[in-house]
Design a protein around this ligand. Sequence first.
Ligand code: KG4
Ligand code: ZN
Length: 347
Amino acid sequence: MVTVLAIETSCDETAVAIVNKREVYSSFVASQIAVHQQYGGVVPEVASRQHLEVINYAIAQAMEQAKLGWQDIDGIAATCSPGLVGALLVGLTVAKTLAMLHEKPLIGVHHLEGHICATYLSELDLQPPFLSLLVSGGHTSLIHVQDYGVYQTLGETRDDAAGEAFDKVARLLGLGYPGGPMIDKVAKQGNPNAFSLPEGRVSLPNNGGFHRYDASFSGLKTAVLRLVQQFQQKGEEVPVADIAASFQETVARSLTKRTINCALDYGLNKIAIGGGVAANSSLRSHLQTAVNKNNLQVFFPPLKYCTDNAAMIGCAASQHLFLGNTSPLTLGVNSRLSLTKVMELYQ
Ligand code: KG4
Ligand code: ZN
């Protein structure tokens, strides 16, 4: 019996879901985007307070949607790393309280393991090993999923994460927050080949603690800034749609190349995509074309499971509970725990 109530509060979504292995009984997400929009980005203290205000309602909604009682729940899960410390604390403390109150086991979940597991919710037969490309506001990671709970990081970002680059470029173009969906929308009216932008090549040697498939977006971001400044200095109107389309095209091309090279080098023929940027239409079409050419397979989770949600956290937790992995009630939050250390969350 592995029906889990899972809580996700690592950033700006307050989410609660009830999941049994790969089956989602309910999934409730309250986004704080409207609250943070006025500041142009997530304000950590505001995020924690919002989580506190919404969490009880979110739990009640998830229970009601699933039409379950506490006797039907076998474990309580919460994201405990990585993320904003205050925000994580709200979810984990609530989970511990529920676990004690209802005498259920606690399962702490690594947020990135949740993003990897999002693919399982729509690919019911997918089993490790496979390659996971995680592209979110905080991460650009290529992960070799060797088995459940066993991960090897093959690439990360050396500066901005993919989503962060989208958000910063959107701000530069005056498109507002969050930038990814805005750029995706505006780019549809633009020419992706209007401007040639640097893909951000990273030297490959596996030294200095770097990974071979690392990404870097700072050069690309600076190039977009220069481009915008050139138009402004000339007193010309900034071609927002063309710049957005060219930027998006460059990110999609660079992520696709890196991912395909990594999959081929490691002999992994299945690729799962996760994280908010996995919703990007250009990245999806570039990857699809490239996997078709190389006889590989790519899996995209439905959009609602790409961005932060608790169903993916519940899926990871349910699998851990199935394997007998539970967390001590002394478990703490951690703003940055490596995915390779995920088993340290369990006793
Ligand atoms: O996974 P996520 O919801 O939260 C984190 O764990 O960070 O990812 C949020 C990021 C934001 O940077 C947002 O701009 C980006 O995902 N994003 C997108 C799209 N939808 C969301 N980026 C590009 N294209 C999109 N359609
Ligand atoms: Zn996330």
